[in-house]
Design a protein around this ligand. Structure first.
Ligand SMILES: [Zn+2]
Ligand SMILES: [Zn+2]
Length: 140
């Protein structure tokens, strides 16, 4: 069973067939999908699933705090991140928009020197790496 499903079950979230498929799609290989991508992948497993129930379920998961909504520069569609409780950063393809989780060797919080904090109590950091994924890189 996936990590997300386990957390949802632990919270007593009622797992209908539709909700289960959506949670399974989200909790794949640490790649974050848009709502439309989640819908396409969910339909492949459960053909009767509607776009509306995908959108509603994603909204509920975000409200529960078990899934994060993430956006990237350039106004691309929102993506849904099931890795809501483990600090991590993102690697984004500027060609197709694919976003995946990456983990840094050093803690990025510690990379901000005291003199650059301007009296702030710093509570979080987001680092996003941009580039071309293997699929986009091989296309001219
Ligand atoms: Zn790409
Ligand atoms: Zn993530």
């Amino acid at each position: 069973m996936s990590d997300l499903l386990e957390r949802l079950r632990g919270r007593g979230w009622r797992l209908t067939a539709q909700r289960r498929v959506i949670a399974e799609v989200l909790d794949g290989e640490h790649v974050h999908y848009t709502a439309d991508e989640v819908h396409a992948l969910a339909v492949a497993r459960l053909p009767e699933i509607s776009r509306a129930s995908v959108y509603n379920t994603l909204g509920e998961l975000v409200a529960l705090g078990e899934v994060l909504e993430v956006t990237t520069e350039g106004g691309r569609a929102k993506r849904y991140d099931p890795n809501a409780h483990r600090p991590h950063q993102h690697l984004v393809c500027s060609g197709c928009g694919t976003m995946r989780d990456v983990h840094l060797v050093t803690d990025p919080m510690g990379a901000l020197p005291e003199g650059e904090r301007f009296g702030f109590t710093v509570s979080g950091v987001t680092v996003t790496y941009y580039g071309r994924c293997p699929e986009c890189g091989s296309r001219a």
